[in-house]
Write a protein that binds this ligand. Structure first.
Ligand code: CP
Ligand code: NVA
Length: 313
């Protein structure tokens, strides 16, 4: 059984294969109506359930269209209208869904919930964001970086701002895909140890600095995200601490001249990124958003054992 709870579940070789397939499938259907299935419809007859305990636009739409383009069909459950919201356990929900659908994508708060879903579902479970990580987003980010002509091995990636779920998965990706990362973040903000230790053990140079310019210096890619993630209380103190880490024109000037700017969206323009950068020529945020679709198709194919080197088991 292949679950995609974090990038390490697939590993570097399979991630490379998934990105390669995403590029091929994207090219093969260029210009087609978005709802038309790919020629091979490899997941015909399969149903994907998507469980949301938090809001979503990109994750919901990309997985919905992804399973349709692969020939299958989607089903959405949200906590507000399902029994999950009235306290039915994750384990029971998993066992019920696993009897009726072929795979489950979950967006929730506590990472332990996706792990519990995976233990009980009997079908592949995909992490569509937890408080801890967002591996599906990073599949799209890696695809976007490669498409913009930047090979991953040896890449210098700068992360500016909060240490959050998206950053944790980027740190994990650095170790798996052999790139380096400089994190510019306030004193006391740290990546989750499980990802940091793994990436460093794999040989990636991951440095954490309180100097935003130092983090961005010579970077190939500059990435940020919201300063207040879903589920976190709005805190003026946190916004003030993060203010020096805004990605603006002065900061982008520290990076390589051809550096790209990425943001998973939704963005708070004027906070973590200036309008000039967000709307500027180095910004590839809408390519990145589109690539959620192409990358999520690869995640689904991998979960069904149709991509990657390791046999499903
Ligand atoms: N980037 C991302 O996961 O967006 P949504 O919250 O809209 O799904
Ligand atoms: N860090 C953000 C990502 C949203 C896609 C959050 O968790 O809200």
């Amino acid at each position: 059984m292949r679950h995609f709870l974090d990038l390490a579940d697939a590993g570097g070789d399979d991630i490379a294969a998934m990105i390669g397939d995403a590029i091929d499938r994207k090219k093969a259907r260029a210009g087609w109506p978005k709802g038309k299935a790919d020629a091979d419809a490899p997941l015909a007859g399969r149903v994907l359930a998507m469980v949301f305990e938090k809001n979503s636009t990109r994750t919901r739409v990309s997985f919905d269209i992804a399973i349709r383009q692969l020939g299958g069909s989607p089903l959405v459950l949200d906590s507000g209208t399902s029994q999950l919201g009235r306290g039915e356990s994750v384990a029971d929900t998993a066992r019920v869904l696993g009897r009726m659908v072929d795979a489950i994508m979950v967006r929730t708060d506590d990472h332990a919930k996706v792990e519990e879903m995976a233990r009980h579902a009997g079908v592949p479970v995909i992490n569509g964001l937890t408080d801890m990580s967002h591996p599906c987003q990073i599949m799209a980010d890696l695809l976007t970086i490669i498409e913009h002509g930047k090979p991953l091995p040896g890449l210098q990636l700068a992360w500016l701002g909060d240490c959050n779920n998206v950053m944790n998965s980027l740190v994990e990706a650095a170790g798996l895909m052999k790139f380096d990362m400089r994190i510019g973040t306030p004193q006391g903000y740290v990546p989750e140890a499980r990802y940091l230790v793994g990436a460093r053990a794999a040989g990636s140079a991951i440095t954490v600095t309180q100097d935003a310019a130092e983090a961005a210096a010579g970077a190939d890619v500059v990435v940020t995200d919201t300063w207040i993630s879903m589920g976190q209380a709005h805190a003026d103190e946190k916004l003030a601490e993060l203010a020096p880490f805004q990605v603006n024109a002065a900061l982008m000037a520290q990076a390589k001249p051809d550096a790209k700017f990425l943001h998973c969206l939704p963005a708070h323009v004027g906070e973590e990124v200036s309008e000039e950068v967000f709307e500027g020529p180095q910004s590839v945020v809408f390519d990145e958003a589109e690539n959620r679709l192409h990358a999520q198709k690869s995640v689904l194919l991998w979960c069904f054992g149709l991509l990657g080197s390791t046999p499903a088991g």
